[in-house]
Ligand binder design. Structure first.
Ligand SMILES: [Zn+2]
Length: 316
């Protein structure tokens, strides 16, 4: 059911032009609309009950499937911030970056963890960085964090620099994206052993500008601080998957905006189409805990951590 292995195998191929487009003229509330509609929308399916079959706008047969309350809080698109706390699952699949990484970057020590599929995407990003001439100086200094460790970081920052500083730069316990296992922080480690803050400038600008092609998003930009609640952090990368990271990059949306934007694309309306180097993706939103899932597989589903599910289906 996962589309990621296919994606990752294509990461090293030449990159095509990325574009986001929509099936039909966007819903009025859609920000940054740059739709160049070239496909027609089929008749919308009737709203249904779990088990009811329908077809997507481009004709993919789907069945409405109840996925349970936990599904809203699980997946690559979960929104986590100081107002939307992470729901810690009973079991969280994690892998030591040290154990699973390629040789194109460093990691602080053996105790930095990521979700296995995010680690695979990190390897693809860093291998591509090196292949286009990047130096081996990126050091992953943070990955998954427990709630207790985030509390420690917040209290430490508040004690050292004051409560206001901590609130501006450090997420609340439970409010850190690092809890998801889908996030890394970079630093720079020079050959002489000295280190430096990662700013995403110079040769590293390539990473910040191209990370969406590998499923990563620079999560905190200065211009989005009012929405994210976190100041500019060019070193903090969040994995959301290639089509979503691409859509956010093209439309200039942070994850707070993007999860709201996706509600313009319910199953029974026009869907969001995202064209990536490896193919086209069709994306729709289902409120609640039941989602229209393609009968043929080839999709991923993620909660938004608030009130619904996003289905992503590769169509070509
Ligand atoms: Zn971070």
């Amino acid at each position: 059911m996962s589309i990621r292995p296919a994606l990752l195998s294509l990461f090293l191929l030449a990159v095509a032009v990325f574009a986001v487009r929509e099936l039909t003229p966007p819903a009025p509330a859609a920000p940054g609309g740059r739709g160049t509609s070239s496909l027609a929308s089929s008749a919308p399916p009737a709203a249904g009950r779990p088990g009811v079959q329908a077809v997507t706008a481009s004709g993919v047969p789907c069945t409405l499937t109840e996925l349970g309350e936990e599904s809203i809080h699980t997946g690559d698109l979960v929104l986590v911030n100081n107002w939307t706390l992470y729901h810690f699952p009973e079991e969280q699949p994690l892998e030591s970056i040290y154990e699973g990484k390629t040789s194109s970057y460093y990691v602080r020590d053996r105790e930095v963890y990521l979700a296995p599929h995010a680690l695979e995407a990190l390897n693809a990003l860093m291998d591509a960085f090196q292949a286009q001439g990047g130096s081996k100086t990126v050091n992953v200094v943070a990955g998954y964090r427990t709630e207790a460790f985030q509390r420690h970081l917040f209290d430490q920052s508040a004690a050292r620099s004051g409560q206001a500083h901590a609130e501006k730069f450090v997420a609340q316990p439970g409010g850190s994206e690092h809890h998801t296992g889908l996030v890394v922080d970079f630093s720079i480690l020079h050959a002489d052993g000295t280190s430096e803050e990662y700013r995403g400038q110079g040769e590293y600008a390539w990473l910040n500008e191209n990370c969406h092609r590998y499923g990563w998003t620079v999560r905190y930009g200065a211009e989005k601080e009012a929405l994210t609640g976190i100041a500019d952090e060019p070193w903090h990368f969040r994995y959301t998957g290639v089509p979503h990271a691409t859509a956010m990059a093209v439309e200039g949306l942070c994850l707070e905006e993007y999860t709201a934007y996706l509600k313009n694309y319910p199953f029974d309306g026009p869907h969001l189409l995202v064209e990536c180097a490896d193919g086209k993706y069709e994306i729709w939103y289902c409120p609640g805990t039941a989602a229209y899932l393609p009968d043929s597989g080839g999709y991923t589903v993620s909660g938004n951590n608030v009130d619904g599910l996003i289905v992503t289906c590769k169509t070509e």
